[in-house]
Write a protein that binds this ligand. Structure first.
Ligand code: NAP
Length: 273
C-alpha cells in the first residue's frame, strides 16, 4: 500500500497555525546564488509560512558574495530578536565554506537541527530540534502505526541531513539499525534482511524488487528528477509493490519535511521563551 504525506502535512499546518497565533515566530532563509531547483523548496517554505501566519524572510546574496559577507548576514540575523529561526539553503557556491557558515548560526535559532550542539542533543536523547527529513520519516511511520522497537531497520545513505541522524533517532526508539553507503559490500542482503527500509540516496530506482522482502515497510526519501522532469524515488515501484506500506514519491516524505521544519521553529520558540 502506498502512503502519502498530505493529510499529515495539513494536520501539522493546523497545529502550528494555532500555536503561531499565541507565539510570534519568524524564519529567515539565506539563499546564495540562483540555483533554480532549490527555489521550489524555498517557495514551499514561504507558502507554508503564509498558511500558518509565520513570516518567512528570504535574504538573497549574489553568487560571488564572500564568506565574510555571508557570515555577517547570519550574525545580523542572530542578533535580530524578531528572527526565531535561521536556515541556509543549499547548494552553496563552492567558494563558501558550508560548515563554517552553518556554525555561525546561533544554535538557539538552528531550525534545521544541524548545529553540533543540536546534533549532540540528538545523540544524548535530550529534547530539542531534530533534522527535518528524518523527523518526517519517523512521523510517517508513526502516522501509519508502524512499530519501531525491536525492528531491523536498514537505512541506505549516511548523509548528515538524513541517514546519520535517522540512525540515531531509530536507535533511540530501540530499532536495530544498519546504515548503508557506497562501501557496503552486499546492499541487497542488507535491504532483504530489513523489516523497515529507508532510502535516502539520490539515485532513481536504486532499490529493486529483488532487493526487498515481501511485507516489509519502505520509506523512500529520494527525490530524483529524470530528463522528462518526472520526480522519481530511490525505490523502484515494483519493490514498493511487495511492501506492506511504502511511501509515495512524489507526495510522501517530502510533503512532511517542510512541516517538520516549522515544527522545529516552534520547538525553538518554546525552548527560548
Ligand atoms: P547525499 O548527501 O548525496 O548522500 C547520499 C548517500 O547515499 C551517501 O551516504 C552515499 O554513500 C549513499 N549512496 C550513494 N550511492 C549509493 C549506492 N549506490 N549504494 C549505497 N549507498 C549509496 O544525499 P542527501 O542529501 O542525503 O539526499 C539523499 C536523497 O534524499 C536525495 O534524493 C535527496 O533529494 C533526498 N532528500 C529528500 C528530502 C525530503 O524532504 N524528502 C530532504 C533531503 C534530501 P557515501 O556516504 O559512501 O558517499
Amino acid at each position: 500500500m502506498l502512503v502519502y504525506g498530505k493529510e499529515l502535512r495539513e494536520q501539522m499546518k493546523a497545529r502550528i497555525k494555532a500555536q503561531a497565533e499565541m507565539l510570534p515566530m519568524q524564519m529567515a532563509i539565506l539563499k546564495i546564488g540562483d540555483d533554480k531547483a532549490s527555489q521550489s523548496y524555498v517557495n514551499s517554505l514561504v507558502n507554508f509560512g503564509r498558511d500558518t501566519g509565520i513570516p518567512v524572510e528570504v535574504i538573497r546574496l549574489d553568487e560571488q558574495c564572500t564568506q565574510a559577507e555571508a557570515c555577517r548576514v547570519i550574525q545580523e540575523l542572530n542578533s535580530n530578536p524578531d528572527i526565531t529561526g535561521i536556515m541556509i539553503q543549499k547548494p552553496l557556491p563552492p567558494h563558501i565554506d558550508d560548515n563554517r557558515l552553518m556554525h555561525t548560526i546561533d544554535y538557539n535559532k538552528d531550525v534545521e537541527g544541524l548545529h553540533y550542539y543540536n546534533l549532540g542533543k540528538l545523540l544524548t536523547k535530550a529534547p530539542g530540534v531534530r533534522p527535518s527529513t528524518p523527523k518526517a520519516v519517523m512521523s510517517m511511520l508513526a502516522a501509519n502505526g508502524v512499530e519501531i522497537s525491536g525492528k531491523k531497520v536498514t537505512i541506505v545513505g549516511r548523509s548528515i541531513i538524513v541517514g546519520h541522524p535517522l540512525a540515531a533517532m531509530m536507535t533511540a526508539q530501540d530499532a536495530t539499525v544498519t546504515l548503508c553507503h557506497t562501501r557496503t559490500r552486499d546492499l541487497a542482503a542488507e535491504t532483504r534482511a530489513a523489516d523497515i527500509i529507508v532510502a535516502a540516496v539520490g539515485q532513481a530506482n536504486l532499490i529493486t524488487a529483488e532487493m526487498v522482502s515481501a511485507g516489509c515497510v519502505i520509506m523512500d526519501a529520494g527525490i530524483n528528477v529524470d530528463d522528462s522532469g518526472a520526480i522519481l524515488g530511490d525505490v523502484h515501484p515494483e519493490a514498493k509493490g511487495k511492501a506492506s506500506i511504502a511511501s509515495a514519491v512524489p507526495g510522501g516524505i517530502g510533503m512532511i519535511t517542510v512541516g517538520e521544519l516549522f515544527d522545529n521553529l516552534l520547538t525553538l520558540k518554546l525552548q527560548n521563551v
